[in-house]
Design a protein around this ligand. Structure first.
Ligand code: ZN
Ligand code: ZN
Length: 143
């Protein structure tokens, strides 16, 4: 178990097998995962779905895991402790998801607008882009 599991212990929660596995599975995935996908990656014996949901919401409330809304029916989850800042792009046609590390992410004007109009001091952001992936574009253009 890596640093996230230690963070869990420091917060006073036992790093149970289920919690440790969720953190390991998320740390090995470059993309945010749905609860179903997390469960599918669990080594045997697999816990039941409700245990996974319960542990996910605990990890989210502790700030170790972040939930990501990609305009889908199910939420996805990723490690919040991952230092690298990533954005996601979702194919509207086939549902493929890619993530990328922006070279530069300057939203200072947008953040100034938010501060000016709503009074918020913005600390972080999450950006999702939607479009057509190369494969779907090729199919479309080949018609
Ligand atoms: Zn596609
Ligand atoms: Zn960004």
């Amino acid at each position: 178990m890596g640093p996230p599991a230690e963070a869990l212990r420091k917060l006073g929660y036992p790093a149970t097998r289920g919690r440790g596995e969720i953190l390991r599975i998320l740390s090995e995935s470059p993309l945010p995962l749905s609860p179903r996908e997390i469960l599918d990656r669990f080594p045997a014996p697999r816990p039941d779905a409700s245990t996974v949901y319960r542990n996910l919401s605990l990890l989210v409330s502790l700030g170790l895991v972040r939930s990501v809304a990609l305009h889908e029916r199910s939420r996805r989850y990723e490690l919040a402790t991952d230092g690298s800042h990533r954005h996601r792009v979702v194919c509207r046609r086939c549902g493929r998801i890619d993530s990328f590390q922006p070279r530069r992410c300057d939203l200072s004007r947008l953040e100034a607008d938010i501060r000016g109009t709503l009074g918020y001091d913005v600390k972080e952001h999450s950006l999702e882009f939607f479009g057509a992936c190369p494969k779907c574009r090729a199919t479309e253009e080949g018609r």
